[in-house]
Design a protein around this ligand. Sequence first.
Ligand SMILES: C[S@@+](CC[C@H](N)C(=O)[O-])C[C@H]1O[C@@H](n2cnc3c(N)ncnc32)[C@H](O)[C@@H]1O
Length: 300
Amino acid sequence: MTASTADFGREAGAGLSDDELPAYAPMLAAFHRTCASDLQKIIADLPIKPGARVLDMACGDGAYSLWLAERVGPTGSVIGVDRSTAYLDVAREQARSSPLSPIISFQQGDIAELPFADDSFDLVWCAHSLYSLPDPVAALHELRRVASVGGHVAILENDTLHHHLLPWPAELELAVRSAQLDALEADVDGSGKFYIGRDLCRVFDMVDLSACCVTSYTIDHRAPLSADERSFLGAYLEDLGKRARPYMDVATRTAFDLLLRPYSSLYLLDRGDFFSSHLELVAVGTKQAEATLKERAIGG
Ligand SMILES: C[S@@+](CC[C@H](N)C(=O)[O-])C[C@H]1O[C@@H](n2cnc3c(N)ncnc32)[C@H](O)[C@@H]1O
């Protein structure tokens, strides 16, 4: 059965019970497999040293926990935390076969109230999760609390409007993105947080995470696409279509269906010259001591 768009947005605790995997789980797993080397490069750039204590918040299937464990090595530790017991089972199973499994552990927890003392981690990592939460700023606050003074919080997110550069006509892209914006604005959660990539440093500033630095990464996909690339890109296009189609005019909908639906003979992903590039953004901020923050406030 194909998941509906509403299903795609359902998270543990928000319409999904903790022991169910979300509908997007197969797409995310395909993304991790097909982009593993690019995602590992992102992890390689994070400011962590061997021996560091790392929190992988909203760890999902634990793919990043394993890569983070490779960075910190046998003297470090990685704790993956998620609300979803279903995802934690997958993560534990995947970590079992890693030679670094002794330093990786998983536990259930809610980002709203983490079961850790202040200053517990040298790096707090959170991938593709913060902005699906009801209150991302409060969540970022909590991530900052558990980071050590001088330690870092790193967030991986996208910017909805500039997520995928696809080989479709520019006029169609503009019309589809405009319909997508209308759809997101009609969403009860509001659209602002879907366009967060461009605003990450501003939000870091709001929770006193200083020296925020955003790095962009592009990941390319070209024909012939692997099964995982097709699964990841196909699910993205399907979700886009389900959200935006009701807001398209007839001409846009017709052109969209011709190029972006798998049953069409002109389906974009079947093109022999297919090329697309997608953008990932990583923001890293530092937790400073309260005294330093006060000095900064006094100094204006
Ligand atoms: C889009 S997935 C990302 C998972 C993983 N970080 C990755 O990139 O593969 C979002 C994750 O956030 C988790 N999550 C949602 N709400 C949460 C909450 N309030 N506290 C902790 N985890 C939560 C979900 O269970 C899910 O694993």
